[in-house]
Design a protein around this ligand. Structure first.
Ligand code: GMT
Length: 386
């Protein structure tokens, strides 16, 4: 490929969220012909399906008695410098501000001190809690603000997150605070309604099935979701399939027991959000108190599954109320349950919304279009004067 770039991508190796976006982007850029290196402390699950196009650098660092914990972010910086010194890197694309934009900044500073090669430029993509929760905590906020200002370009995954970033971090920055909004994307060929035909636990149901995928962190409010499901499905044989694991799993099981619906709630544990689980479901559920985008909802939509969600943050940029799903106020559990009951029991409406959801995923969030936007951003940053 003429003008191929050498791109380093830094990410958390998560089953969902930023780890998925970074891995899918790395795979797509490599398929286009760019040289792509991915840096993380573990292999992200989505990269596992790569036929080797992306060069993986697993950097964990060495434990040492003096360290309270092993600083894998420093090991990532060293791994980047090794690759840069060997063949050069044009772009470092940090996903999630902390610690990756910091590792990228250190690597760029060290590369500037080296002679012989131009230092890579830094693109930082903000995903959500790196701005709204952890990155905004007083113990990290000054550093989050610094890496935003020190990046050559900053992107957010929704307009809502761009506004939050401007409000929280741009005042007092003492310089420009340019942010490009590049929405997340989905591989619509893989996340397809065709997956309905594959064997799956969501197909073996005698009643309608609702599915939820998350890391069970408090912000996802899975116990609240189980309570809403109990209200919506009282007296029916509907099932709730919960995919993922995290701090609130035990509390969610407890609510299911308390509400007397344990036999209709299935905890599948941690795994990739497979189209085989999303496509046969009647409805996808998202009950977060804050959500910058809601990638798992988009993956469900691409499979032709409508979404019932709380109207949190950037979710409305993904799910159109009354067309591709139903949204309710964050604390309105009655309304959420009502929406869920409507889609669980009105098959015709759920199917029509599922078809609209699929169309929206294909038209608005197609992989090729979004990957080109990132590519154009890299070239813009490289063309700009330092
Ligand atoms: O914070 C999380 O729950 C995980 C986080 C991540 O970065 O791994 O997810 C965020 O990024 C996703 C991908 O861009 C978005 O789809 C999620 O909405 C966002 N999560 C939150 O804002 C809570």
């Amino acid at each position: 490929m003429a003008n191929a770039l050498r791109i380093g991508i830094l990410c958390h190796p998560t089953y969902g969220g930023s780890g998925v976006v970074a891995s899918e982007l790395a795979l797509s850029l490599a398929e286009t012909g760019h040289e792509v290196h991915l840096f993380s402390h573990e292999v992200p699950p989505r990269l596992a399906r790569s036929p080797g196009l992306v060069q993986m650098h697993r950097a964990q660092g060495v434990p040492y008695p003096l360290f309270h914990s092993t600083p894998h972010d420093l090991a990532i910086t060293s791994a980047i410098l090794n690759v840069h010194r060997a063949g050069g890197l044009d772009i470092l694309h940090a996903h999630y501000a902390l610690p990756h934009a910091v590792s990228a900044f250190l690597a760029r500073s060290a590369a500037q001190a080296d002679t012989g090669r131009p230092a890579p430029r830094i693109v930082t993509t903000l995903h959500g809690t790196d701005i709204t929760l952890i990155g905004n905590d007083p113990s990290y906020a000054p550093l989050t603000q610094f890496v935003i200002s020190a990046s050559d370009a900053v992107t957010t995954v929704s307009r809502w997150l761009a506004d939050e970033t401007r409000a929280r971090f741009c005042p007092g920055m003492g310089g420009p605070c340019g942010i490009d909004v590049i929405h997340n994307f989905v591989d619509t060929a893989w996340f397809s309604p065709d997956a309905k035909a594959s064997p799956s636990v969501c197909r073996q149901s005698h009643g309608p099935t609702a599915v939820h995928v998350s890391n069970f962190r408090p912000v996802k409010r899975v116990p609240w979701l189980v309570r809403a499901f109990a209200k919506a499905s009282a007296g029916s044989s509907a099932r709730l399939v919960l995919v993922g694991d995290g701090p609130d799993q035990a509390a969610s099981r407890e609510v299911a027991r308390e509400m007397g619906i344990s036999e209709r709630v299935l905890f599948l544990g941690e795994r990739d959000a497979l189209p085989e689980l999303l496509a046969p479901a009647d409805v996808f559920l998202l009950s977060s108190s804050s959500e910058s985008f809601g990638l798992s909802a988009l993956e469900a939509m691409s499979c032709g599954t409508p979404v019932v969600a709380t109207d949190a943050g950037g979710v409305r940029e993904v799910v159109e109320h009354g067309v591709t799903g139903l949204l309710s106020d964050i604390d309105d559990i009655e309304r959420f349950a009502e929406h869920l009951a409507q889609l669980l029991h009105d098959r015709t409406r759920a199917l029509a919304m599922g078809e609209a959801a699929r169309r929206s995923a294909v038209e608005r969030f197609d992989r090729a279009k979004v990957v080109s936007a990132y590519e154009a951003l890299y070239r813009r940053v490289l063309a700009a004067q330092r």
